[in-house]
Design a protein around this ligand. Structure first.
Ligand SMILES: Nc1nc2c(c(=O)[nH]1)N[C@H]1C(S)=C(S)[C@@H](COP(=O)(O)OP(=O)(O)OC[C@H]3O[C@@H](n4cnc5c(=O)[nH]c(N)nc54)[C@H](O)[C@@H]3O)O[C@H]1N2
Ligand SMILES: Nc1nc2c(c(=O)[nH]1)N[C@H]1C(S)=C(S)[C@@H](COP(=O)(O)OP(=O)(O)OC[C@H]3O[C@@H](n4cnc5c(=O)[nH]c(N)nc54)[C@H](O)[C@@H]3O)O[C@H]1N2
Ligand code: SF4
Ligand SMILES: [Mo]
Length: 704
């Protein structure tokens, strides 16, 4: 298994959806340094601190290098033969009885090839429909809104450099300076050309400061803001639809109910500030609306995003270079991860599992009968909620997790932990002992980013090679091989016997042929010459920097606008709302970043100083936060830029943000939980109280 170790390998970062390319330098086969490269088509010579620090996890002492099997309550090291024998004994009877009792949970961190293989593994080897992934928690609402409007979804339908040509950018709930730092250069380019940026966020962030203008709106009120803007555009004669579309008259009529006075009241902003923003949008020639997780991660996320898409479409900017609408995808392969079949209702190439033609196409490729492919199963949160429930209620008895840490990141993490504990079998493939892995009955040691080949697709639909630079340590294996091993263990090796990674990769590219997300013109060689934005339909054909030209992949080629159902819950005076999100120095559920000495950060509850004073709290005092779903204890940080009615919590630590979120209420369209916007009460613990009884996350921002 040893590979030649070149001193420098150009690869892509394991973290966010910008997917910076950088050079990883090795000595004696071990990583020593990351350096940025000007040849990176995305970051153009920059890399953020997470990328620079990414190599330190590769040989972290906690790195998993052997399978771990639970015996007598403890996870103990075993060989692969014993691990796979467990898989055979655990899963085979279940699969024979009722394959739907086995669930699979994937991730937007996986390369395209692993995404493809995981979907194929679930549906062909296990024959279960119960596969979904953590993208459901991410940009699913934006993706759902785009799909139902124009039939497909590429986060940004244009190259990043177009952002610099926009004259008005609305950053709606996206803290780009902390979460996608290299994108700031494109925003600054727009500013340098005289463009204006509004950051719309309930709290001041590094991003709102750079933007300089913004709206400090009430959490969950973005949809009303968009409706108010549409109403003003109509009033000011700015309606000139991008293309003919269904639903326009209804959408325009509905917006009449949102005059500035209502918007100001429901969004909790001054009417004059709203009107200044509306005027700026009306006067701009290339306004661009970019949404982040702020407006998207709620039980009305799809309709909220829909309201912004309607605005961009009806004012004629949708799909135009430098203007229109886009969502800022988050995970490294959040884009490709939502296209190639790990979604509960999807087949590769963004095909639909419900479409008989699409089922027949994939069945032919996979050499199975179309009717053998299962129907769509549970969505991510529903899948977790079903774990360990009685079989007659559709309970999941065994779950395989690849690339997610739901004990920290799922909504209602307390309940989710209970559900995972109630499983008969929890098989986690990870490279570090995440909190979810620590609950597993079997942990399989997988591979990290530069220990395997693959491709990822960034937030502008750009497909790039992620090159292998080193081998996984000890008995750890490449994830794609592990999936093939699992298929063999349950006696379903057929279709999972790739002689090399390249065979799998070529099958993946070919499988997308004819799909909306068509990568069939790609190969490792072509991607060595240049990255490419999908669709890429033939080996010698062009790629597609600009998506969303009218003539959409919908019946009749028309867009359909939907009347958004958005309601602002007006809290009682002095009531508080919890929002959760990210810090620049941490990544997601923290498995990787909490172990990284270069990425220090603290879990605190961010409050406005006036709110803190009202509760008699000073910076650093411990406070109990309570919602209808749970409670958490954290020290207070005073942040003057946050709305006094809002409390912000990062979600990177166990037993913090997601103990407080709701595991049951989901967006009816995207099945997104309400990560942003939960009614909250504060209970000071007293200045003298110590944090001794507080969750481990607060005692040390260190690994378990
Ligand atoms: N450092 C770092 N970078 C990351 C990640 C990470 O974990 N750490 N994760 C990656 C991933 S997967 C993702 S999805 C992206 C996410 O990137 P972002 O979308 O930037 O991330 P968040 O911090 O979740 O939310 C953004 C902002 O929304 C605001 N907000 C909360 N509620 C509302 C609301 O109701 N309305 C509005 N308008 N704003 C609101 C928050 O105050 C926050 O500043 O980041 C990616 N990059
Ligand atoms: N309260 C609150 N909760 C949130 C959010 C929020 O804003 N607020 N944001 C949500 C969003 S947008 C997201 S994307 C999710 C993310 O949350 P998670 O789904 O938990 O994602 P990660 O933390 O990236 O977890 C990835 C796990 O898989 C492992 N891993 C990563 N890549 C690979 C791989 O290639 N192979 C293997 N074998 N293992 C891998 C890591 O070590 C880690 O343990 O959290 C969601 N949860
Ligand atoms: S975390 Fe994102 S912005 Fe930072 S280096 Fe990695 S890909 Fe680039
Ligand atoms: Mo995400």
């Amino acid at each position: 298994m040893s590979t030649p170790s070149p001193t420098t390998v150009r690869t892509t970062c394991p973290y966010c959806a910008v997917q910076c390319n950088f050079d990883l330098h090795l000595e004696g086969g071990l990583p020593v340094k990351v350096t940025p490269t000007k040849e990176c088509p995305v970051a153009r010579g920059t890399v953020c601190k997470k990328g620079l620090a990414a190599l330190s996890d590769l040989r972290h002492p906690d790195r998993l290098s052997t399978p771990l099997l639970r015996k007598g309550g403890e996870l103990v090291p075993v060989g692969w033969a014993e691990a796979l024998a467990y898989v055979r004994e655990a899963l085979t009877p279940l699969l024979e009885r009722d394959p739907g009792r086995v669930g699979v949970f994937g991730s937007g961190s996986l390369t395209n090839e692993k995404t493809y293989l995981l979907g194929k593994f679930a549906r062909v080897a296990l024959k279960t429909g119960n596969i979904d992934y953590n993208g459901r928690y991410c940009m699913a609402s934006a993706s759902t809104a785009m799909n139902r409007t124009v039939g497909y979804d590429r986060g940004l339908g244009f190259p990043l450099e177009d952002i610099g040509t926009s004259d008005l950018i609305l950053l709606v709930g996206a803290n780009v300076a902390e979460t996608l730092p290299p994108i700031m250069q494109y925003l600054k380019a727009a500013k340098d050309r005289g463009g204006v940026i509004y950051a719309i966020d309930p709290r001041a962030t590094t991003t709102t400061k750079v933007a300089g203008r913004g709206l400090n709106l009430r959490p969950g009120s973005d949809g009303v803001l968009a409706l108010g803007l549409l109403r003003q555009m109509k009033l000011w004669g700015k309606i000139r639809p991008t293309a003919p579309a269904h639903g326009m008259a209804e959408v325009l009529a509905h917006a009449d109910a949102y005059p500035p006075v209502r918007v100001a009241h429901e969004c909790g902003v001054a009417e004059a500030d709203f009107l200044t923003l509306a005027r700026a949008y009306a006067d701009a020639t290339k306004p661009l609306i970019l949404t982040g997780r702020g407006p998207e991660q709620s039980a009305q996320g799809t309709d909220t995003v829909q309201a912004f898409i309607n605005l961009a479409f009806l004012t004629g900017h949708f799909g135009k270079p430098g203007g229109g609408y886009g969502t800022l995808t988050g995970q490294g392969n959040g884009q490709g991860g939502r296209e190639h079949g790990q979604k509960n209702d999807q087949l590769p190439g963004a095909r639909s599992l419900r479409d008989p033609r699409h089922r027949a196409e994939m069945a032919a490729l996979w050499d199975v009968a179309p009717e053998e492919l299962p129907q769509p199963g549970l969505s991510a949160q529903e899948l977790l909620n079903a774990c360990g429930q009685p079989t007659e209620q559709g309970g999941i008895e065994a779950l395989i997790v690849l690339g997610s840490n739901p004990v920290v990141s799922a909504a209602g993490a307390g309940q989710v932990t209970e559900r995972l504990r109630a499983l008969k079998h929890l098989i986690v493939i990870d490279f570090l002992p995440s909190e979810t892995a620590q609950l597993a009955t079997l942990v399989l040691p997988g591979s990290m980013w530069c220990e395997e080949e693959g491709t990822t697709t960034n937030l502008e639909g750009r497909v790039q090679r992620r090159r292998r630079a080193m081998t996984a340590p000890g008995a750890a294996r490449e994830d794609w091989r592990i999936l093939c091993d699992l298929a063999a263990a349950v006696g379903r090796a057929q279709g999972f016997t790739y002689g090399s990674f390249r065979e799998l990769q070529d099958e993946f590219f070919a499988a997308t042929r004819g799909g909306k997300a068509d990568y069939s013109g790609l190969s490792a060689e072509r991607l060595d010459r240049a990255s490419a934005q999908w669709p890429v339909r033939s080996a010698d054909g062009p790629d597609t920097p600009h998506a969303y030209a009218p003539g959409y992949p919908t019946p009749g080629g028309l867009a359909t606008l939907h009347v958004p159902d958005v309601r602002v819950h007006l809290p009682a005076p002095r009531a508080l709302t919890l929002i959760t999100g990210r810090l620049g120095n941490q990544y997601q559920s923290g498995t990787q970043s909490r172990r990284n000495p270069a990425l220090k950060a603290e879990a605190t509850a961010q409050l406005h100083p006036d709110t803190a004073a009202e509760y008699g709290l000073k910076a650093g005092d411990p406070v109990r936060l309570r919602t209808a779903h749970g409670e958490a204890v954290l020290p207070v940080a005073l942040t003057p830029g946050i709305r006094p009615d809002t409390v912000f919590l990062p979600f990177h630590w166990p037993e913090t943000a997601n103990l407080l979120t709701d595991p049951e209420t989901l967006d009816p369209h995207s099945r997104m939980p309400q990560f942003k916007g939960t009614a909250l009460t504060l209970h000071p613990l007293g200045v003298a109280a110590s944090l001794a009884g507080a969750p481990p996350a607060l005692r040390a921002a260190a690994p378990l």
